[in-house]
Design a protein around this ligand. Structure first.
Ligand code: FUC
Length: 827
């Protein structure tokens, strides 16, 4: 009897599989639109699924051009006038001489000399002898989110062929298994190509490639080649066929089952100022392969699935619809034509979680603009770390969707910007100290800053053009992401060691950089520039809100540390300064058409100021609304701003599409930010509508978000927004179903969603009404929850003990919780 090869005897209808009936086109467009992504945080790959010729493009996260090794690299800093230019600009702005101030902004530019770009590692191909694509039947390629495994299967001349792929985090290898039930087996050739123009050689059962980063473009090395060493190696770890090494290829003949392993490494280390580990990448590769080769496929698979499911399975979300029986591209196609599908919406949600797990794991760099997947040496926006919304958005879902292990790479990365960020702070704003030789002293925490564009080599300078480069609060915004790790987990030691120092040092810088506004006397950031939108002004809402939140979080964190016995690591005089400065910050303002002002001056500008000042009305960035989301400054309790924020989001969404198609007005990530904001504004239907617009207009066949082009941020922002529709916890109370859209109200369930305070929640609803609710407390403390169904509820523990309710009313239940206990709410 023939062995049944494919895990899916029929097209997969389990609701957590992306599947397709034809291979991805073998082109860059096919890579972006259709090929399926796998990854383990360090190594990523895209599977095209060709029939006679499989194509797999792969990456290793630290393969970057730029940084040390590039002549003239200065970490993006062009000057060091210790804040002289900045002060001159501040004086012009104080006199409201905007044109002259703008003119002088050139003096706050940095450079891109050592910026570099995330690089493509290479491709490999499996070329099958005697396979004619036109003779293949029952072709399916899929990506199963439940096991983080991609496969390709088809029948050919009466036999089945199956290829399975995953990237194991425990073993740090890409695993590829090729099987057939054909008695004569398969004969195929494994070929590799280096995108860096490296050396390739084959010997025995191995194919290896090595070299340095050349940034190979147009047939020659690029300007940011940096001598970073890299290596990758394939081994045929098991086969019942015969392996023959060719010149740059391995041929496997007559094999029914073949197991190929690939790993890759560089000599990068995230350590300022050299960023090199000193370890030969080929040695790293060989050590890794040795451990993986000692395991069978089943052992590798079991370890991979166990590791992955420990994260992925923690959260489930269902809204009442059976999984679809349509291939994913058809399902999306129908959705685009107006046939809503909750099955697709749920798949998208879980896929975003999958993408985050695949591109951000402890031990390697955080997810960049494209996560970990990049097929170019000159990718869009360098596939870098953009800190004026994108990197923040990528990490929005990590805590709420129960994936805290995805956050530490981001936390570590931000910490790594502190040392180079001191050079930028000293050079451009004069905060910090210098050594006897005149160089900047980076050894003590004197204040750090980063701007819009960052690489893996501490490029904290303000970009080569101030019109997008100058973003002094970019670092402050990242500290919000870091702090969320604490607010969700309440892990004080982690706060103390890994989060608080960066917050405090950022606040230290701001406490010296704020200046009194010439008209109101309030403290403002000056000069500032609303991201990508401008114009140059003092005290724009983007900077002011981020500084308000930084101060708020730092004061709160200091209090928690002192209460928890870690008062020694708090700079108390600084905290007193923050407390004194926070109420003096120029506040949020509501403008004359009911909006949240993006600039304090905007009501005095003609045509609502937008065009006459070169600022677009319909701009993709919503930098004035960060107090709504992800911050917690604007809540239903601040009703004036809460209502004004609705006016502002609606205004940003009111796009004159009839005039000219301009995707820059409403990119994928911009839709995601809008859907998050609508959820926070308790407008479930508007949030859902924006989500469906994102699926219709900003989603590729492989469910990647498209700006255009592909950026991971939109996937992640949408995922966070979906969670916000179901649970919010930014006000100190857990709100259940705060923005449930009509489309999902008939019935649904959530398991394992997280709330601030260390809570994990399971609940169900029917006809919009909460019908069951369980809370698991990972920390002791007080729990406050709100939902109309809770008015008359009572609570029991696992051992059926009744829990005393300390207060109720306004549909809020408050009760003490013990670490590790589960609470069952009875209606
Ligand atoms: C920001 C956005 C752009 C793009 C880039 C990577 O600067 O304004 O739209 O997403 O990041």
């Amino acid at each position: 009897m023939k062995k049944k090869l494919h895990p899916f005897p029929v097209p997969p209808r389990d609701g957590s599989t992306l599947w397709y009936l034809s291979p991805a086109p073998d082109s860059y467009q096919g890579w972006e639109n259709a090929a399926l992504p796998i990854g383990n945080g360090a190594i990523g790959a895209k599977i095209f699924g060709g029939i006679a010729r499989e194509h797999i493009q792969f990456n290793e996260k630290s393969l970057w051009s730029g940084g040390p090794g590039v002549p003239g690299n200065t970490g993006g800093n062009s000057k060091c006038d210790k804040g002289a230019s900045l002060k001159a600009i501040q004086q012009l702005l104080a006199k409201q001489e905007y044109a002259a101030a703008t003119q002088k902004m050139k003096e706050l530019q940095g450079n891109e000399t050592g910026l570099g770009a995330y690089q493509n590692f290479g491709d490999f191909y499996l070329e099958f002898d005697g396979v004619a694509p036109e003779n293949a039947q029952d072709y399916i390629r899929d990506l199963n989110l439940g096991s983080a495994t991609a496969s390709v299967s088809y029948r050919h001349e009466g036999s089945s062929v199956l290829r399975q792929y995953f990237v194991s985090y425990p073993h740090n290898v890409l695993v590829c298994k090729v099987s057939t039930d054909s008695p004569k087996g398969l004969t195929f050739t494994l070929k590799a190509e280096s995108a860096q123009h490296g050396q390739i050689s084959a010997e025995g059962n191995a194919l290896e490639m090595s070299g340095t980063v050349t940034e190979w473009l147009g047939g020659q090395p690029g300007p940011s080649a940096n001598s970073l060493r890299w290596a990758a190696k394939f081994v045929v770890a098991e086969t019942d066929g015969v392996v023959t090494a060719g010149e740059e290829a391995l041929t496997i003949s007559g094999a029914k089952e073949t197991l190929i392993l690939l790993t890759a490494a560089t000599d990068y280390k995230n350590e300022y100022p050299l960023y090199r580990s000193g370890k030969k990448p080929m040695n790293t590769v060989e050590e890794t392969l040795k451990k993986a080769e000692a395991c069978s496929y089943d052992e590798l698979y079991r370890a991979h699935v166990e590791d992955y499911r420990a994260l992925f399975d923690r959260m489930q979300l269902h809204v009442g619809e059976a999984p679809s029986n349509l291939p994913t591209d058809e399902l999306l196609g129908q959705y685009k034509k107006g046939k809503a599908s909750a099955a697709l919406e749920m798949l998208y949600f879980q896929y975003s979680r999958y993408l985050l797990i695949s591109s951000s794991r402890i031990g390697s760099l955080p997810a960049n603009l494209q996560g970990i997947w990049n097929a170019k040496n000159d990718p869009p926006w360098q596939s870098d770390y953009h800190l004026n919304v994108n990197m923040q958005m990528i990490y929005w879902p990590s805590m709420v969707t129960n994936l805290k292990e995805t956050a530490p790479p981001m936390v570590e990365y931000v910490n790594s910007l502190r040392e180079p960020g001191r050079v930028t702070a000293y050079s451009y704003v004069g905060v910090g100290t210098e050594k006897k030789d005149g160089s900047v002293d980076t050894s003590a925490p004197t204040g750090w800053m980063a701007h819009t564009q960052n690489n893996i080599f501490g490029n904290t300078g303000p970009g080569s053009d101030w019109r997008w480069g100058w973003a002094p609060t970019a670092g402050a915004w990242m500290t919000q992401n870091m702090y969320e790790y604490y607010t969700f987990t309440m892990e004080l030691p982690y706060l103390k060691d890994n989060i608080y120092p960066a917050m405090e040092e950022c606040a230290l810088m701001w406490s010296q950089l704020l200046t009194p506004d010439s008209t109101t006397g309030r403290l403002v950031s000056s000069p500032c520039f609303s991201p990508e939108n401008g114009p140059v002004s003092a005290g724009n809402t983007f900077d002011q809100e981020l500084i308000w939140q930084l101060y708020q979080n730092t004061i709160e964190a200091a209090k928690a540390l002192s209460r928890g016995g870690f008062g020694d690591c708090v700079n108390e005089p600084l905290i007193e300064t923050l407390k004194a400065q926070q109420p003096r910050l120029r506040p949020l303002e509501v403008g004359k058409w009911g909006q949240i002002k993006e600039w304090p001056q905007e009501d005095t500008w003609k045509d609502r100021g937008f065009r006459s000042n070169g600022v677009q009305k319909n701009h993709r960035h919503m930098s004035h609304l960060l107090g709504v989301f992800p911050g917690n400054h604007v809540t239903p309790d601040t009703s004036e701003f809460f209502e004004a924020a609705k006016v502002s989001v609606a205004d940003r969404q009111n796009i004159p599409w009839h005039k000219k198609w301009n995707p820059m007005l409403d990119t994928g990530w911009s839709k995601a930010q809008k859907l998050c904001s609508w959820a926070r504004l308790r407008e479930g239907n508007r949030s859902y509508h924006t989500f469906s617009q994102l699926l219709k207009h900003s989603t590729l066949d492989n469910l990647w978000d498209t700006h255009p082009p592909f950026q991971l941020d939109g996937n992640m922002g949408a995922c966070a927004g979906i969670a916000e529709m179901l649970v919010q916890s930014h006000t100190g109370v857990i709100d259940l179903l705060p923005a449930l859209p009509d489309a999902w109200s008939a019935g649904g369930s959530v398991k394992g969603i997280c709330a601030r305070g260390g809570f994990v929640l399971d609940f169900q609803w029917k006809n919009g009404i909460l019908t069951s609710f369980t809370i698991h407390a990972t920390q002791s403390g007080m729990c406050r929850v709100r939902n109309p169904s809770l008015k008359t509820a009572s609570i029991k523990t696992r051992s059926e003990e009744r829990v005393p309710l300390e207060q109720s009313g306004d549909s809020v239940l408050a009760f003490p919780v013990q670490q590790g206990e589960t609470y069952f709410i009875q209606f």
